[in-house]
Ligand binder design. Structure first.
Ligand code: ZN
Ligand code: ZN
Length: 584
C-alpha cells in the first residue's frame, strides 16, 4: 500500500515538471511497453537492469527511465544473485544505475536524485545515500529528499545522523516528524520518541495513523499507560475507530494495554473491534498469556478457531506460551501436535515453547529430549530457558549438562557461568562452583548489567544494581533500609542462600547492602508516585527470586499496586500476591 502511495506522489511530481527543464518528458516513454515493464515492482535487479539495457539500445534513456529503474531496484531483493546480468546483485546494480544516471545527466532532476536516495537507503547503504545528498546542491533538494535521508538513517538505527539532518531541515512536514519518531523507536529511545511527538504536536501537526502506531509502541515499551490512554482518547475523538482498515491501530492498542498490564482495557478494545484479523487475535491471546491469564488465553484461542480464523505461526507461539504460564502440559502438547492439522509446520520457536512448557512443569528430562531431537539446531536462549527450569526444579543432573553446553555455546556471556555456578552452589558443590567462577574470570566473560526503568513526570529514571547516581540516592537507600526492617516484622527473610552466592553484582564486592536495580526503582516509585497510581517498572533481565518475594510483601505493606515487566513476562503485585503465581 505505501509503495503505491509513493508511486502516485512520484508520478504527480513527474507530471509537475515542465518538459523544458532539461528535456524531462515522460510522453514518449509512457506508451512504451519496456517502460511499462520497468514500472512493475519486485522484479529481480538483473531483470530490471536487462530491461534498462534494452531501452538504451532502442533510444537514449530519459530521466523518467532512470526514475523507473532506480525505483525498481529499490523494490527488489538487495542481495539476490543474478547471473543474467553478469553476476550483478542488487548492490552492484545500484552502483551501475547510479553511474549511468550520472553519465546521462539525469541527476539534474530532483525526482531522479530522490529515487537514487531511496534506493541507497533501501539497500542500507547510508554512506552512499549521504554522498549523493551532500553533493547535490541544496537548491536541487526538496522535502522528499530530506525526508528520505532522515527516514533512511532512522531505519538503519542511526538516530544521531537522523537527528542532525532533521534539525537542519528547511521545512518539516508530518512525514518528517513521523520519520523522526520512528527513528527513536528503532534506536530504542522510547522516551525520546514521546518528546519528539510532543514537539510535533506543539508545532500544530495532526498525527496520522502511522505516527500514532509508533507512539503506542513507545508507550508499550515504557509501560507509559497514561500516555497510551491519551492516544486512545485521541483516536476516539478523531473518529479513527469508525474508519475501515484500522485494525493495525486497534492491535497496537491491545498490545500497549497488555504490555502495561491493563487487561480490562485491552479486552474492551478487542471486544469493540468489528473486523478482527489473526494479528489482533494473537495480540489479545499473547497479552492474556503474559499477564498470567493462561486459562483465558487458551479459551480465547478455542473461540478464535470456532469463529473460523486460521491460526498462523505466531498464534501457536502465544498459545504454547499460555499453556506454559497456566502449567497445562497435556493441553500444550496437544496444541503442538495439532499444528500440522492447521497447516503450520513447527519451527524452532515452537519446539522451544514446547521444551519450555515441559521444563517449567518440572519435566526437564523430557524438555531436554525435545531440544536434542528437534529437526533444527536450538538457539542458545532455548537451552538457557531449560537451564532456568533446571535451577527452578533443582535438577543437578540435567542442569550440569545444559549449563556446560551453554558455556560452550556462549563463552563470552557471563550470565551462562552464573547459572551453573548457582546450581552448584545451591547444592553445596563448592569446588565445582569455584571452578566455574574461575573459568569465568579467566575468560573475562561479562554479565549483562541489570537495568530497571521507571517513568515519572515525563522522565525515565534508570537504575543499575547498587546505583548511587540518582539525585535521590540518599532517600532511596534510607527507604530501602527502613523497608527491610518493616518487612522483617511481617515475615520477610532475605533469601541469602541465593543473594550471597549471586555473582549478579559486580558492584557487590561482598557487601550485602547492594540492592538490585528493581528495588531502587521501586523505592523511587514509592517516594515519588502518588498512592492511587500504580508503580510501573521495566527491567531488562529476569526478576530474581528474592526481589520477587520482596515486591509481593511491599505491595501488601505499603498497599501499592506494583507492575514489573521483566525480560520474560509481567508481574502484577497486589496485596501480597503476584499475578504470575510465582511461576516465571
Ligand atoms: Zn533481585
Ligand atoms: Zn511474579
Amino acid at each position: 500500500m505505501p509503495a503505491r502511495r509513493h508511486r502516485h506522489r512520484f508520478l504527480a511530481a513527474l507530471v509537475g515538471l515542465r518538459p523544458a527543464a532539461a528535456g524531462f518528458s515522460t510522453a514518449p516513454s509512457q506508451g512504451c511497453p519496456l517502460h511499462a515493464a520497468l514500472a512493475r515492482r519486485g522484479a529481480p535487479a538483473a531483470a530490471a537492469f536487462a530491461l534498462y539495457s534494452r531501452i538504451r539500445a532502442a533510444a537514449s534513456p530519459t530521466p523518467y527511465t532512470f526514475s523507473l529503474l532506480l525505483a525498481s531496484l529499490a523494490s527488489s531483493s538487495p542481495r539476490a544473485p543474478s547471473p543474467a546480468a553478469g553476476g550483478c546483485d542488487g548492490l552492484a546494480a545500484a552502483g551501475l544505475a547510479h553511474a549511468q544516471a550520472l553519465k546521462c545527466g539525469a541527476l539534474a532532476h530532483t525526482v531522479v536524485t530522490n529515487c537514487l536516495l531511496k534506493l541507497y537507503c533501501a539497500l542500507g547503504l547510508l554512506p552512499d545515500a549521504r554522498r549523493v545528498f551532500d553533493t547535490t546542491g541544496a537548491a536541487a533538494l526538496d522535502a522528499v529528499s530530506w525526508n528520505t535521508i532522515v527516514s533512511g538513517y532512522g531505519k538503519s538505527g542511526d538516530l544521531e545522523a537522523a537527528r542532525e539532518l532533521f534539525v537542519r531541515m528547511p521545512d518539516r512536514s508530518l512525514v518528517s516528524w513521523s520519520a523522526m519518531v520512528d527513528a527513536c523507536i528503532r534506536a530504542e529511545q522510547f522516551s525520546e520518541a514521546l518528546r519528539v511527538f510532543d514537539r510535533m504536536m506543539e508545532e500544530g501537526f495532526r498525527p496520522d495513523a502511522v505516527v500514532l502506531v509508533s507512539m503506542l509502541k513507545a508507550c508499550a515499551h515504557l509501560g507509559a499507560v497514561e500516555r497510551g490512554r491519551w492516544v486512545h482518547r485521541y483516536l476516539e475523538a478523531e473518529g479513527f475507530g469508525r474508519r475501515p482498515g484500522n485494525v493495525m491501530l486497534e492491535t497496537a492498542l491491545v498490545d500497549m494495554y497488555s504490555k502495561c498490564g491493563c487487561m480490562e482495557e485491552a479486552w474492551q478494545v478487542f471486544d469493540g473491534v468489528r473486523s478482527h484479523d489473526v494479528v489482533l487475535w494473537n495480540a489479545m491471546i499473547g497479552g492474556l498469556a503474559t499477564n498470567g491469564h493462561g486459562k483465558r488465553a487458551i479459551e480465547l484461542f478455542r473461540r478464535m478457531l470456532e469463529k473460523g480464523f486460521v491460526p498462523n505461526e505466531s498464534t501457536f507461539v502465544v498459545v504454547l506460551c499460555a499453556c506454559t504460564h497456566a502449567g497445562r502440559v497435556d493441553e500444550g502438547k496437544q496444541v503442538f501436535r495439532s499444528m500440522r492439522d492447521h497447516g503450520v509446520e513447527p519451527r524452532r520457536e515452537h519446539y522451544g515453547c514446547l521444551a519450555d512448557l515441559l521444563g517449567r512443569a518440572g519435566l526437564v528430562e523430557e524438555a531436554e529430549a525435545v531440544l536434542l531431537d528437534m529437526p533444527m539446531e536450538p538457539h542458545a536462549s532455548q537451552w538457557g530457558s531449560l537451564m532456568s527450569s533446571c535451577l527452578m526444579h533443582n535438577n543437578i543432573v540435567v542442569g550440569e549438562r545444559v549449563g556446560k553446553k551453554l558455556i560452550e555455546l556462549e563463552p563470552d556471556d557471563g550470565g551462562r557461568y552464573v547459572v551453573l555456578f548457582n546450581l552448584y552452589a545451591v547444592n553445596g558443590l563448592w569446588e565445582d562452583a569455584k571452578a566455574v567462577r574461575q573459568m569465568m574470570e579467566e575468560r573475562g566473560a561479562k554479565k549483562e548489567t541489570g537495568l530497571s526503568f521507571i517513568e515519572w513526570n515525563g522522565l525515565v529514571h534508570e537504575f543499575m544494581s547498587g546505583d548511587t547516581r540518582h539525585p535521590q540516592t540518599r532517600m532511596i537507600y534510607a527507604l530501602l533500609e527502613d523497608m527491610e526492617r518493616r518487612l522483617q516484622l511481617i515475615g520477610y527473610v532475605k533469601d541469602t542462600s541465593r543473594v550471597l552466592i549471586d555473582m549478579d553484582d559486580e558492584e557487590d564486592k561482598g557487601s550485602t547492602l547492594s540492592y538490585h536495580s528493581e528495588r531502587l526503582a521501586l523505592a523511587f516509585g514509592i517516594l515519588n508516585i502518588p498512592h492511587d497510581m500504580p508503580i510501573r517498572i521495566v527491567k531488562n533481565l529476569r526478576v530474581c527470586r528474592d526481589c520477587h518475594v520482596h515486591a509481593k510483601l511491599v505491595s501488601k505493606l505499603y498497599q501499592r499496586e506494583i507492575i514489573v515487566r521483566d525480560r520474560h513476562r509481567f508481574h502484577l503485585f497486589r496485596d501480597g500476591v503476584c499475578s504470575c503465581n510465582d511461576y516465571w
